[in-house]
Design a protein around this ligand. Structure first.
Ligand SMILES: Nc1nc2c(c(=O)[nH]1)N[C@H]1C(S)=C(S)[C@@H](COP(=O)(O)O)O[C@H]1N2
Ligand SMILES: [Mo]
Length: 240
């Protein structure tokens, strides 16, 4: 079903873009009327971004900030840990230097949010998720992977076959820099062939499961198989 425009990010996720647009139009009062959730999200961002314009600044290349919670505690490079557990032979916890020492892959693709905004040719770099799964040793009977985040709320999931694709990364770098807190650093998931909601920010856990457990927006009607142009009500011609 095409429920993404009735519920979902635009309704609840309080993208910065909306506040910025309201502000630019001089319609701040409309923002106040938009409800407590939006207000909380706005003040959370104001702490992070005193300019209040990150969603539209040219320096931000058209990205919009999304978080389903009002504020996310920063995790420094020194404090960061990523656990890999569930149906694996060797559960493990990795720190940033561990991840940096693993094979890295750099991809340059378009970022596409399901709500319509798009950022062309965006470099992401990190450890192929398949490498981490192989290191952990996926047990027989496993069929999916669930991702959790240190914002304490967001979740995502992939089938095991999707998770093993070579264009799915545990990303340490974005636009050839460390991933900023705003963009989900120090480590976020990057699922290149799917809408950007699959690319969970503030990644803290990778759990191998028997079958897919739909993620945060997927419980709200978004497609689990979120191929760009071929999901969420789109059926664009294949781009190859
Ligand atoms: N933890 C977490 N990850 C998330 C989200 C979120 O709200 N929380 N939003 C998703 C959506 S809908 C999009 S479009 C992108 C936005 O990433 P950005 O804030 O770096 O532009 O993050 C995705 N990953
Ligand atoms: Mo999105």
């Amino acid at each position: 079903m095409g429920g993404v425009d009735r519920t979902g990010e635009e309704g609840r996720g309080a993208p910065v873009g909306r506040r910025v647009v309201l502000g630019l139009l001089g319609l701040g009062a409309v923002g106040v009327a938009a409800g407590p959730y939006l207000q909380r999200a706005e003040s959370g961002l104001a702490e992070r971004d005193p300019s209040g314009l990150s969603g539209l600044l040219p320096g931000n290349n058209g990205f919009r900030y999304y978080s389903v919670v009002s504020s996310v505690p920063e995790r420094s490079a020194a404090d960061y840990t990523l656990s890999v557990d569930g149906m694996v032979e060797r559960p493990a916890t990795f720190r940033l230097p561990d991840l940096r020492a693993m094979p890295q892959r750099r991809l340059v693709r378009d970022v596409q949010c399901v709500t319509g905004w798009r950022v062309p040719d965006t470099p992401f770099e990190g450890v192929p998720l398949a490498h981490l799964l192989d290191a952990a040793g996926v047990r027989p009977g496993a069929g999916a992977v669930r991702f959790s985040c240190f914002d304490g709320a967001y979740t995502e999931s992939l089938t095991l076959a999707q998770a093993r694709r070579d264009d799915v990364l545990v990303a340490l770098r974005m636009r050839d820099n460390p991933i900023s807190h705003t963009h989900g650093g120090p480590v976020r998931l990057y699922v290149a062939p799917m809408y950007f909601y699959k690319s969970a920010k503030w990644l803290s856990g990778i759990t191998v499961t028997g079958s897919v457990e739909p993620g945060y927006w997927e419980r709200d009607g978004y497609d689990v198989d979120a191929w760009v142009g071929r999901s969420n009500g789109r059926d664009d011609a294949p781009t190859g």
